[in-house]
Design a protein around this ligand. Structure first.
Ligand code: ATP
Length: 568
């Protein structure tokens, strides 16, 4: 992963936002190559899902033909949208604060972060000693010595109770071993670490250590993830607005507008790509968990009797799409949620997940969620915030017995003009992250192999094997040497290619070095104009992955690159 991160910076895929001021945690800028890559992901999604969708045919697995259309809504919406959607009350993570370093940590991230923390790894390496039977035993004398050492405990975990007061802290564990409430054989690292974070066990019980400094964490508390701002001159509560944490709600509140203003009919999908904002407490793992990111969401409205079939269709269609644009390997999986994870109004939810290299072996991170949402969202925006735990669904009441958050009161039902039936459509929601998708494609593309240099000697090369459709630059053109009319021919070809797609012209340095630069950028085709070109109007085209070089007519290059890029 470190190699990929450094390549991304060096070659201009991704930079940390405001880097010259030390960076802003959780915000990322896409550089010259990154912007093309991410645009290609979004454009492929929009084209495949919306603009090129064939609404006359029944796609494999679909119950019937369906229509697709798009929207582009504002980031700031009426605050009632977020009250009714549940984000205002529920869009919260449980947070813990460190009493020593004051940092906030997401409760469900603490265990993983502590496992990966430098101080915990150093502690484990010093204090857990392998036994001949293959198990590990904890050595308390080593732990005290680790805590007192300037370059170890005192530097790495200054907040840890063991470091602040080694003997007293260690006494709690010794006492529990003595009274046999724990046995040395059952001392795992997480259990030992909670003893080491406990200054006064009788008063507080065992403490959870802070992943940053080892200090002790408070009980988990709710923390709302929505960024706030004010619309208008007054910074008052009445003017408070939120930056959207998802693009989906803009689609729900415009459902009626779309149906009334266009000729689309249910079943119909409404798509939107746009920025979303979440004040994530522990943004990490590169762009995987950012505070500002882009989503590609579809709300698919259908008749309730067909919603289970549409859910299956969308789940499989979305999985196939990620495979088609380059995540074809085993690192991509489709994980169906268990029945007990589902809300009672939903017949299914599945996540498309990728084995990101920063995750431990066997773990996957979500790229996209596909959820059957029933009529929960449209009904909430009509009637008022529904209580997701009620069955059948009812409007959630406040202490005064009135609706907790009032709906719009607008009729968001749909009338089928053939059957005359009026119903509230059910919704299937495929919700994908453009940044997580781009990151997965970067991870999947990264390869190291060998290729011959100008002298025919095998050299290691870094090559980004992007699917040609996604690659930031589709073709590079090189004159073999900067003379004999070769640059002029190459420049004309470059201009012709550029009319169709991003291309690159390079005449600097040895040709092998130029190939290497394009391999790192993931350019699938490099075309070289050489001495023979001037005689017979042919050029060589090198394939990034196979390194195969073919000779083709200068006049055929644009069409050939286009054929290969579009696969048509
Ligand atoms: P997680 O559990 O990882 O926080 P989520 O289940 O809350 O994700 P959704 O609300 O379902 O995510 O959002 C849909 C998609 O938006 C996710 O699959 C992901 O690709 C993307 N996404 C969500 N949060 C972030 C984030 N903080 N940074 C980047 N992408 C995100």
């Amino acid at each position: 992963m470190e190699k990929l991160v450094s390549l991304c910076r060096r070659r201009g895929f991704l930079f940390q936002s405001s880097e010259i001021y030390g960076g802003l945690n959780g915000f990322w800028d896409y550089g010259p190559l990154g912007v093309e890559l991410k645009r290609n992901v979004k454009e492929a999604w929009w084209r495949d899902m919306v603009s090129a969708h064939d609404d006359l045919a029944t796609l494999p697995g679909a119950p019937s033909p369906y229509e697709m259309t798009g929207l582009d809504c504002t980031i700031i919406m009426h605050p009632q949208v977020w009250k009714v959607s549940g984000h205002f009350d529920l869009f919260a993570d449980k947070m813990q604060t460190c009493r020593q370093c004051k940092k906030l940590v997401r409760a469900d991230h603490v265990a993983d972060m502590t496992r990966d923390a430098e101080w915990a790894q150093s502690f484990a390496a010093c204090c857990f000693v392998p036994k001949p039977d293959g198990t590990m035993s904890f050595n308390s004398a080593e732990a005290i010595s680790w805590a007192k050492t300037r370059k170890l405990g005192r530097k790495l975990a200054p907040g840890l109770a063991l470091v602040r007061d080694p003997e007293v802290t260690m006494s709690w564990l010794a006492e529990d071993i003595e009274n046999e409430s724990v046995t040395p054989a059952t001392l795992t690292l997480p259990l030992v670490l909670s003893y080491m974070a406990t200054a006064q066990k009788n008063e507080t019980g065992l403490q959870t250590p802070c992943p940053h400094c080892g200090g002790d964490l408070t009980e988990p508390r709710d923390f709302n993830l929505m960024f706030e701002s004010h619309a208008g001159a007054l910074q008052s509560d009445e003017n408070k607005v939120f930056l959207r944490p998802e693009t989906a709600q803009g689609i729900f509140v415009n459902f009626k507008n779309v149906i009334d203003s266009s000729r689309v009919k249910v079943p119909v999908g409404i798509a939107q790509i746009g920025k979303s904002f979440r004040n994530e407490i522990t943004p990490r793992n590169f762009t995987f968990r950012s505070r500002e990111f882009e989503q590609m969401e579809i709300e698919f409205f259908c008749h309730p009797s067909q919603s289970a079939d549409w859910y299956k269709f969308w789940r499989d269609r979305r999985m196939k799409w990620w495979q088609e644009i380059g995540l074809a390997g085993e690192r991509l999986i489709l994980r169906d949620h268990h029945a007990d994870e589902l809300s009672h109004y939903s017949t299914g939810t599945a996540d498309i997940e990728y084995a990101f290299p920063f995750l431990p072996e066997g773990e996957y991170g979500e790229l996209e969620g596909i959820a059957h949402r029933g009529d929960f969202d449209l009904r909430s925006h009509m009637e008022g915030k529904l209580d997701p735990n009620s069955c059948p669904l009812e409007v959630q009441k406040g202490e005064d017995g009135k609706p907790l958050h009032k709906g719009s009161g607008r009729d968001l039902t749909y009338r089928d003009d053939i059957t005359n039936e009026r119903f509230t459509p059910h919704v299937i929601e495929p919700s994908a992250g453009a940044d997580r998708g781009t990151l997965a494609l970067l991870c999947e593309a990264y390869h190291e192999d060998t290729a011959p240099d100008d002298k025919g000697k095998e050299q290691t090369r870094v090559v980004m094997k992007f699917h040609p459709r996604i690659a930031p630059i589709k073709a590079a053109v090189f004159p073999l040497v900067k003379k004999d009319g070769m640059p002029e021919v190459a420049q004309d070809l470059y201009r012709a290619l550029k009319k169709k797609f991003p291309a690159f012209y390079d005449e600097k340095g040895a040709v092998g070095r130029r190939y290497r630069r394009q391999d790192e950028a993931g350019t699938p085709y490099c075309i070289t104009v050489d001495g023979q070109t001037l005689q017979d109007q042919t050029v060589t085209m090198r394939d990034r992955d196979t390194l195969e070089q073919v000779r083709l007519k200068l006049d055929d290059v644009v069409a050939e690159v286009e054929r290969r890029v579009t696969g048509e």
